[in-house]
Design a protein around this ligand. Structure first.
Ligand SMILES: [Zn+2]
Ligand SMILES: [Zn+2]
Length: 200
């Protein structure tokens, strides 16, 4: 199997169980933060031809997660506004929302998050398996539009945990890497509309 998109519901549930068990093992071994990620395609850094996720055991939350952590939950406000607006919503199901990222860095960048503020870690949540199921479905929709696309996805496990999904249909070059300015040729509203219509 080359893509996470090809996993059926039972197999996705198996991934969620493996993540939960290995994250517990990490905590018991003194690694409080686990960075769970999916790389697909050599262009996106995948090291094996078959689909696989990876868990990096870290001694502290990484900088990208620290940067998102504040007193109030920014994700709650964001999801409420996005669902009310609707034009960047790809789908909502099982208490989760899939959104085309507002200000996405690349075409079809997605955010998958619980619609309501969750309690505790993603690894211990009943919503983890459905969230990974929505990741697989989102990839099927992207593949239906664009064909097999290299991709990175990862979990940010803090407060209002979420999956960030970054298809690598274009490459980061001098302006992105040097200036931190991301040139995205596809408006998120257009991406969301296409993904809503796409076959699964
Ligand atoms: Zn929240
Ligand atoms: Zn995040």
């Amino acid at each position: 199997m080359r893509s996470f998109a090809e996993l059926d519901e039972g197999e996705v549930g198996g991934v969620a169980t493996a993540w939960r068990e290995r994250s517990r093992a990490a905590r018991e071994s003194g690694f409080p933060y686990v960075h769970a990620l999916l790389n697909e395609g050599r262009e996106a850094g995948a090291s094996l031809p078959h689909t696989h996720t990876q868990l990096a055991w870290l001694e502290a939350a990484p900088p990208a997660v620290e940067a998102e952590t504040g007193d109030d939950c920014a994700v709650c406000g964001h999801i409420k506004a996005e669902v009310a607006g609707g034009e960047r919503v790809v789908l909502e199901r099982d208490g989760l929302a899939v959104l085309a990222a507002y200000g996405g860095r690349l075409p079809y960048e997605l955010l998958i998050a619980p619609s309501e503020h969750p309690d505790g870690s993603a690894f211990e949540s009943d919503l983890l398996a459905p969230a990974l199921g929505l990741l697989a479905e989102s990839l099927r929709r992207i593949h239906a539009i664009e064909g097999p696309a290299p991709l990175n996805a990862w979990l940010h496990d803090h407060g209002h945990w979420h999956l960030e999904v970054l298809p690598r249909l274009t490459v980061f070059a001098g302006i992105e890497l040097g200036a931190g300015i991301y040139v995205n040729s596809l408006a998120p509203e257009t991406a969301a509309a296409a993904l809503r219509e796409a076959a699964t």
